[in-house]
Every structure is written in structure tokens, then in C-alpha cells.
Design a protein around this ligand. Sequence first.
Ligand SMILES: [Zn+2]
Length: 343
Amino acid sequence: MKAVVYTGHGGPEVIRVQEMPAPELGPSDVLVRVRAVALNHLDLWIRRGLPRLKLTFPHIAGADVAGVVERVGSAVASVHEGQEVIIAPGISCGVCAACLAGEDNMCAQYSILGEHRHGGLAEYVAVPEANVLPKPARLTFEEAASVPLVFLTAWNMLVTNARVGFDDTVLVWGAGSGVGSAGLQIAKAFGARVIAVAGAGWKLQRSRELGADEGINHREQNVLDEIRTLTNKRGVDVVFDHVGTATWDTSLRALARGGRLVTCGATSGAEATTDIRYIYGRKLSILGSWMGTKRDLHHALRLVEQGRLRPVVHAVLPLEQTARAQEILERSEHFGKVVLRVE
Ligand SMILES: [Zn+2]
């Protein structure tokens, strides 16, 4: 089969389009003919290399897949050939205490499609039956591929961890990113007031179209000053952070008493200084999210099916242009998801 592989760790030069063996199908697995794959920052981290990540090259990345069931293993009962599906990107053992409690992202065996195993940047991908969900009928394949990773992560951050509600003001960093555009909509769906932060006026305009109540341009405005003005000096109840070094200090200082900082990533760097007095003096909570549970995804999908949450697709490129697509992500030229079409 045709696949996009990394030949080693490094820059865009390690990306190749080449033939790879089609995945083997276990009795509980489903073989999906890939139609669309959405990119994530995770694909870039995997390409560049991560501590403790040991890959065998050539490696196929790609966590967010929509496609059509090509074949099912002998023990598979819940899906059938020809069905249009999306794939939940977190793969776990299914039988440990964490999995059985519905906390599959706490499983010791947890892995992400395209990280510890071959992913979806190919004509075919094989995953366990538990990871295959019906594609929402209202969505195209490109839109459907844009849902799983960012919506399950943003749902875990805001709903499961931060318990966002109508009484909250939520600051969303990087509102133009995939996870930011999902978080913004989820916070609005729960009735919160949303302050979107982005680095360009057109991104703030798009954020408002998605429901953001306020917008701050971090390249032109002082984020903390703006938040104080917008909240009558009170601060926000929830900060939605995935940026890391560049935002951490402002995130903590932006919080009102009893506020919650929820983080799922550190795209700008992982080191930061924390003034501990803020944490106890203002009774703050710092919450970490790593992906989300399958329940989080099922819940988010219900609102996607109702049209109350919608994936935002910035651009669709052919699979062969994966390097260009990753460049869009690296340069933050996007609002929403960058998707590769597989034909
Ligand atoms: Zn498990």
C-alpha cells in the first residue's frame, strides 16, 4: 500500500511517500480504507523525536482517521464492511482496572495511533474494534477526520477535568489551533463566556464566528491587561492552555480565586517558572490532560451529530503533500485542522 513514512527523526526531509506492507489483521481488528487524515502537533513531535519514544523506521504517523471499513477480523461484531467510520486514536488493553473504569487514557498499555504503532497516513490502517466509531452522517470524511483527537482532548480538559459551566469565564489560548477551536466551542456549548487569544486579527474574527465572546491579539495587546479589563479585574475561572513556556506565567496570573488551569501540551516549550504563592494564595488548581477517554469522544460526538460542535477544516491537501501540510502547522498559518486526502 501507499504510505507516508518518516525514514528517521528530523525535519521535513525525513518524510517520504513509499510502498509499505498492508497491516495485518487480528481477530478483533478492523481494517479501514483511509479516506482522510487530520494532522496534529503530535505528528511533528513524533517526527522530531521524543525522549523515551523508540521507533522502528520507516514509521507511519497519523492519529486522526476517517474512512471505510474494508475488512473485519473473525471476532468483530459491531461494525461491518463498507461502513463509514472514524477512529478513536487512543489504543488501550481494554481489560485492566483503568480501562474497565472507563479511564482508558490511564491504561499502562495506552498508545496513540501513529505514535507507538503505525498510523493512518496510508491507504489502510488496522485498529481494534473498540476504536472504530460510526462517522457522523452530516460530516464529510475531511471534517470527520478533524474530530477525534482534538475534540476528545478538549472535552477531557474542559468537561471532565475543569468541569466548565455557565458561570465560568474561559480563556482559550491559541484559539486558531485544532484543539483551541474545539475547546472554544465546547466551552460555549456549556454556556461559558469565552475569551479567545490568537496571534492574528483574522483568527480572532473566525473565533467570534465560532462563538467566542471576546478576542485578544497576543501580538498586539497585553493579554493580562486585557483580561483584567474584560473581567473587571476579577480574572478568569478557567484557562485552557496547550502552549507551555510562552503562556504559563500569564495563565496563572490570569486566574480568578479558585480558578483552574488545564493544560494538554507545551508547543512553545516545556520549562516554566511558577510563583507558588499564586497557587495557594488564590486557591488555584492545575489540571493535566493527556488525550481523553473514549467516553469523552462519545460525548463530544453526540454534540457533533447534533451540529452543536463542528470541526473546523483549514485546508485539505493530497497525501503526497504531507510535508507542506506539516509546514502549515509549524508556521501557525492555519485556523482549525489541516487534513490530508487519501485517494
Ligand atoms: Zn488497560
